[in-house]
Write a protein that binds this ligand. Structure first.
Ligand code: BEZ
Ligand code: FE
Length: 300
């Protein structure tokens, strides 16, 4: 008996459905690339399994097609609805899990999100990546080492985050450059910079993915975070973020990006407390966090 067809389906009906599945599978028999063949066959098996298990109606199939069409229409160079869909279905995180073994000893990876852009300004160590973005200043410090504990001098760190209104620079129509920068570790593999204390914000939810979240009673909010991309010769590029200990959204992040090891204590200081580098903070509160990054060896 086919595992995909429910018991209520007659033998004759089951035969018809099995026949079609096998015909479609056989249509890939001449695929030259064995990996493509494996992927297409598995995709067809799972897709037919889904259609048969749910006894999908023609109306539901049409609505799925309409949904994908709407996702295509809203997608531009600056808005990628299909990646958002992958994110909210946990497909992005599951692909990351499979490709970044949690037991391999490096810092854990998480989703890149749609707001990384090339061409961030370089800042010196101790510089300010906020670049005018609003929010509470946050002193970020740490090291980059390899999995043997050796410091990695000259590692490149790209950092980016939303302002305290919940927007990345690229989401403003005026096209500003703020809340992103890159810097390099020193001879001891250490780095410091000023960023912003992360605050929660919603993923773009004015399109079909937002509608799906609303219809399924899910929130578009992401747990507060600060993005990092670390690169160094001979080591595997790491894309990750750090999250804020105590944030109530940690357990309901819209894209399932939170990992326990990435949740960090952001120590808060009241106005007037001297900053680590003596910076004049014009009287406001500030925070401080440590994030030590461990990079795995390059693959292959
Ligand atoms: C982000 O963190 O920037 C993000 C990640 C996934 C979807 C939307 C935004
Ligand atoms: Fe983000």
């Amino acid at each position: 008996m086919s595992p995909s067809a429910p018991a209520a389906v007659s033998d004759r009906q089951r035969h018809v459905e099995d026949d079609l599945l096998h015909t479609v599978l056989a249509s890939f028999r001449n695929t030259a690339d064995p990996r493509l063949k494996e992927l297409m066959e598995s995709l067809v098996r799972h897709l037919h399994g889904f259609i048969r298990e749910t006894r999908l109606t023609e109306d539901e199939w049409q609505r799925a097609v309409d949904f994908l069409t709407a996702a295509g229409h809203i997608t531009t160079d600056h808005r990628q609805e299909f990646v958002l869909l992958s994110d909210v279905l946990g497909a992005s995180m599951q692909t990351i899990n499979i490709n970044h073994d949690a037991t391999a000893g490096g810092t854990e990876a998480t989703v890149v999100g749609p707001f990384f852009v090339e061409g961030s300004p370089e800042i010196p160590r101790g510089g300010d990546m906020a670049g005018g973005a609003s929010g509470e200043p946050c002193w970020v410090e740490g090291t980059v080492t390899d999995t043997d504990g050796n410091p990695v001098p000259g590692a490149r760190l790209e950092v980016w985050e939303a302002d305290d209104d919940g927007f990345y620079d690229v989401q403003y129509e005026e096209g500003q450059l703020a809340g992103r920068a890159h810097l390099f570790t020193d001879e001891q593999g250490a780095y410091t910079f000023w960023g912003l204390t992360p605050t929660p914000y919603p993923i773009p939810h004015d399109g079909p993915v937002g509608e799906l979240l609303a219809k399924t009673g899910r929130s578009p909010l992401r747990a507060s975070h600060l993005h990092f991309m670390a690169t160094a010769p001979g080591l595997r590029t790491l894309i990750t973020h750090i999250f804020v200990e105590g944030d109530e959204l940690l357990s309901s992040d819209a894209v399932f990006g939170v990992k326990e090891s990435l949740v960090k204590k952001f120590e808060r200081f009241t106005a007037g407390t001297p900053a680590p580098d003596g910076r004049e903070l014009s009287g406001g509160s500030w925070s401080r966090v440590r994030f030590d990054i461990v990079l795995q060896p390059s693959q292959g």
